[in-house]
Write a protein that binds this ligand. Structure first.
Ligand SMILES: *Cc1c(COP(=O)(O)O)cnc(C)c1O
Length: 220
């Protein structure tokens, strides 16, 4: 099956309220263009310089999402054009994105990454930290960011029960956080689900999935 067919089938199989981010990391511009020519516009990348060079090369109406861990020193490469940063995992990163967005006179949409997986990782906030951030008044100082919701990654496992529990846990956090009133906080996006677990994620309440290998093939 070619990219166009895979994309068509995938889009046909997910509900209308779920946004698809086609994760094109490591894949050449020619493959992105195949999806683009099918009418797809939202693409996800996880390397700042790779994203910047694809942005230069490809049509300007593409909506580029940054999906993985972002180092603060790399924000400058993407601040001028990125549409959504999915994985804000520290206050320091949030402040850096705000600062770089100011330089470009832009407001950058962001999601806060919540740590839900069993794996030990240093990336992501826990629920208390997010509630603390939103109620502390800090976001009022961040005039060039707009926090649009939450993002999470489930444990890499064959055990669907674990994945279900983690995603439904994140949905609960999202529902809890949504009712908080804070400046520059307009929550509507819950980004969860990848090639291996997007069906479970949608069942558990995701409205944005990040899918790469199903569309573009395995990465080497
Ligand atoms: C690579 C990546 C994806 C897509 O992974 P696939 O398994 O290829 O669908 C989604 N989210 C993040 C954060 C990624 O780094």
């Amino acid at each position: 099956m070619n990219i166009a067919t895979k994309l068509f089938n995938l889009k046909g199989s997910i509900p209308d309220h779920v946004e698809l981010v086609a994760v094109s990391k490591t894949k050449p511009a020619s493959m992105i263009l195949e999806a683009y020519n099918e009418g797809h516009r939202i693409f996800g990348e996880n390397r700042a310089q790779e994203l910047a060079s694809k942005y230069e090369e490809l049509p300007k109406d593409i909506e580029w999402h940054f999906i993985g861990h972002l180092q603060t020193k790399k924000v400058k490469y993407i601040a001028g054009f990125v549409a959504l940063i999915h994985a804000i995992d520290s206050l320091k990163l949030l402040h850096t994105v705000d600062k770089e967005a100011k330089k470009h006179d832009r407001i950058i949409d962001c999601l806060l990454q919540i740590h839900i997986a069993r794996e030990e990782t240093k990336f992501g906030f826990d629920t208390e930290e997010v509630l603390e951030l939103l109620t502390s008044g800090t976001t009022a100082e961040l005039t060039n960011i707009n926090i649009k919701g939450l993002m999470g990654m489930a444990t890499f496992t064959e055990d669907n029960t674990i994945i279900e529990n983690e995603f439904s846990g994140l949905k609960n956090v999202f529902d809890q956080v949504k009712s908080v009133k804070a400046e520059n906080f307009e929550p509507s996006i819950l980004s969860m689900g990848m090639s291996g677990d997007y069906n479970i994620a949608i069942e558990m309440g995701s409205n944005m999935i990040r899918v790469g290998s199903i569309i573009f093939g395995e990465r080497s």
